[in-house]
Design a binder for this molecule. Structure first.
Ligand code: FAD
Length: 466
């Protein structure tokens, strides 16, 4: 099965595709090809697709899927392009890029938002906040709605309103056979189940419909930074506080290095620090009382937790994670956070491979934990915490050290690891084994057999058809 440009893709065939779509077809040698190869994770920018189809709408997606199938090309679907494992690009295959499909329409009466398959969270927040509404989105506003939601979607509103996928009400999906179908609680219900946690395995979502909720525009949110020698104390306080905290607040602890931001005293720039970061989806006035104990757990270096626009907390971290940075994440769900694990995480933090090595401990529970286990394909909901080792670097020589460090952080979880991890936080290509338990996986395989028996959509945490 050849996947090179010649002789499989003659110019005439590409020409036919160009004529069939409203968007752009970009091949090597075309203006814009170099740019079209770039994804968020610079580690994967060396991939050279045979063509990139920048789709203007569902008809272009259908044409691109048909073209890919007729030529036996490996398909990479690109939403926001943030895949850590580099799934949204491919050597010699076809990138079906939904980037132009970023339309967002809010229905404030019905409390719904309709979102194009290539939109990013900044697009959604911008439109919904104009009505004082929001749905659970990411911690960085440039992350794509597509991959994020299909994998689950962990964000600041999740303990009050559920994961992104829990807010999904319907989806228009182009299947591997090129049909456009709708999935919801009443139509193609098993597909709807699989779209909520099963990733991009079953088709290309051209439009998402989400429930939205009154949020902001001012919320109580932000970080408090402490010296690293308070990390263990902070994590112990977080462990005690998290299970008792009301649903409206969602928080994480981040063991990191102080970025050179004017809001952090200069003498701390580049030093190891711990941060408690939280956001309340409730009334701004009530926020202070929810987090009071974190003001005395240690003397803060900088306390930036307070009233701020929801749009600001949603994009606060953007400058630290620009497109083109090299990155690797590894993650596991945790049964708990005992003293041994806390000490091990603090040790790993001090041994970080570089300044953008972060250990995130996410508080889970709340609305996430109340959804029945088999209601969606999101594989695990009972864990109190999610551990995520996040790395970024610029020099390719530093790759091995960063990857090894992230793996060591997750290995430190030992018996506290549940055996499952969030698929969107895995930098390794084949992480389905840790993502899904046998029951969910079996059901996903049956769905894959029905919607994509030849595995057209395999650049993802891949559910292999039987
Ligand atoms: C800086 C950064 C911050 C992040 N923060 C968070 C966070 O706060 N919470 C969280 O849960 N995750 C977070 N993530 C992880 C994120 O959820 C995943 O990287 C996710 O896959 C990104 O989606 P995307 O559309 O941008 O990715 P892409 O690279 O475009 O796609 C990723 C996968 O999803 C599939 N896909 C994308 N769009 C569609 C679609 N419309 N239809 C069908 N398949 C599609 C692709 O085929 C691919 O397999 C973050 C990632 C980064 C890089």
């Amino acid at each position: 099965m050849s996947q090179t440009l010649e002789p499989v893709l003659g110019e005439a065939t590409i020409q036919e595709l160009r004529e069939a779509v409203r968007g752009e077809v970009i091949t090597p040698g075309d203006d814009g090809y170099a740019e079209a190869c770039l994804v968020w994770n610079g580690m994967h920018d060396d991939k050279r697709p045979a063509l990139v189809v920048r789709c203007a709408g569902p008809a272009d997606v259908i044409a691109a899927v048909g073209f890919a199938r007729s030529k036996d090309l490996t398909v990479a679907v690109r939403g926001g392009g943030h895949s850590i494992a580099g799934f949204s690009t491919v050597d010699d295959g076809i990138v079906i890029d939904l980037g132009p499909m970023r339309n967002v329409r809010v229905d404030p009466e019905a409390l719904r938002v309709y979102v194009g398959g290539g939109a990013v969270w900044g697009d959604v927040d911008h439109e919904t906040q104009a009505h004082g509404l929001a749905t659970t989105g990411g911690l960085v506003s440039t992350t794509g709605v597509g991959g994020f939601t299909l994998g689950g979607g962990i964000g600041w509103l999740m303990r009050r309103h559920g994961l992104a996928c829990d807010n999904l009400v319907g989806a228009d999906v182009v299947t591997a056979s090129g049909r456009l179908v709708h999935a919801s609680e009443t139509e193609n219900t098993e597909l709807f189940w699989g779209l909520r946690g099963g990733g991009g395995n079953f088709g290309i979502v051209t439009q998402f419909e989400f429930a939205v909720h009154p949020v902001g525009p001012m919320v109580y949110a932000g970080p408090i930074f402490y010296p690293a020698d308070a990390s263990a104390e902070l994590l112990r306080a977080f462990r005690a506080w998290a299970p008792e905290a009301p649903d409206e607040i969602t928080a994480l602890v981040n063991l990191t290095t102080a970025p050179p931001l004017p809001v952090i005293p200069e003498e701390w720039h580049g030093k190891k620090v711990a941060a408690f970061v939280a956001a309340s989806a409730g009334e701004v006035e009530g926020g202070e009382s929810l987090v009071r104990e974190f003001r005395t757990v240690a003397k803060p270096i900088a306390d930036l937790l307070g009233p701020m626009p929801y749009g600001v907390i949603q994009s606060l971290l953007d400058p630290l994670w620009p497109k083109g940075i090299h990155s690797y994440f590894k993650s596991t769900n945790l049964t708990g956070l005992d003293d041994g694990l806390i000490d091990a995480l603090c040790e790993r933090h001090l041994a970080a491979a570089g300044p953008q090595c972060e250990i995130h401990v996410h508080q889970m529970g709340g609305a996430v934990g109340r959804v029945p286990a088999d209601a969606t394909a999101f594989p695990e909901r009972s864990m109190p915490f999610v551990l995520n080792a996040v790395t970024g670097w610029h020099d390719p020589e530093e790759t091995d050290a960063h990857v090894a460090w992230a793996r060591a952080v997750v290995a430190a979880a030992g018996d506290a690891a549940t055996g499952r991890g969030y698929s969107n936080f895995q930098g390794d290509e084949d992480a389905v084994g840790v993502s899904y338990g046998p029951d969910t996986y079996g059901r996903l395989v049956a769905l894959k057999d029905e919607y994509d028996p030849t595995n057209v959509f395999r650049r993802n945490q891949n559910i292999r058809p039987s």
